[in-house]
Design a protein around this ligand. Structure first.
Ligand code: GDP
Ligand code: MG
Length: 205
């Protein structure tokens, strides 16, 4: 098999099937969607995350609390509603408490997927954060029904089946938190020749 010519094929993304994804019986379906793209699964495990671990995960991006709080306040105002607080960090504290309860409520499946554009492709297939407004054809759009309004009424986190890294930099930090280096498998997938080889010169006898 010819050598892989570029480093793009090494991009990695962390994907976590959250407890609702496990309980809904969607592990196979979710993995299939990522696998069908040609991306390579390089790590996988199942465990019940502790609440403190969930907090560490969301705080891997130091900007996440301020971004999330600001976004939430804006979405209330866009709908003509009053946000529960004008302080973004106070809003995020509640979001984070709800996320800790949600993600630590049962086993999750954590995975690392690798390949060109891994982060962007996985976000595209996963769909946007709120299932109600996620595109048809995405995992969140096709397989669940939750909305911010429903979650807010019940004071809980939005149940959207999956976490997927937002940027390659975020992925690197998240993977370091979720996996030991020796849990990441470095191997070649036969399919990769079709995706990345420059000359496709290994087909004909
Ligand atoms: P993701 O990357 O699409 O999962 O979204 P983010 O990284 O922006 O947020 C992580 C998680 O925080 C989401 O899965 C939601 O559970 C929660 N979250 C983010 N933004 C909001 C929001 O505006 N309101 C509420 N209630 N929760 C939010
Ligand atoms: Mg995110």
């Amino acid at each position: 098999m010819a050598e892989m010519k570029n480093e793009f094929a090494k991009e990695k993304s962390l994907v976590v099937i959250k407890p609702d994804g496990i309980q809904r019986g969607l592990i196979g379906e979710i993995i299939k969607r990522y696998e069908n793209t040609g991306l390579k699964l390089v790590a996988l495990k199942m465990f019940i995350p502790a609440p403190d671990f969930v907090e560490k995960h969301y705080l891997v991006d130091p900007e996440w609390p301020i971004k999330t709080g600001t976004k939430t306040i804006k979405s209330y105002k866009d709908k003509g509603e009053n946000p529960p607080s004008e302080d973004p960090l106070e809003i995020t504290r509640k979001v984070l408490d709800n996320l800790k309860k949600y993600i630590s409520s049962g086993p999750v499946v954590a995975m690392v997927w690798q390949g060109a554009h891994a982060v962007g492709l996985i976000r595209k297939i996963t769909g946007s954060t709120e299932p109600l407004t996620s595109d048809v054809g995405t995992i969140r759009g096709d397989y669940t029904i939750d909305s911010y309004s429903l979650a807010d009424i019940d004071g809980r986190a939005i149940r959207n089946l999956i976490h997927a890294s937002g940027t390659p930099e975020e992925a690197e930090k998240e993977i370091a938190l979720w996996f030991h280096p020796e849990e990441i498998n470095e191997y070649r997938l036969i399919n990769e020749a079709m995706l990345y080889d420059v000359n496709l010169d290994g087909i004909l006898e």
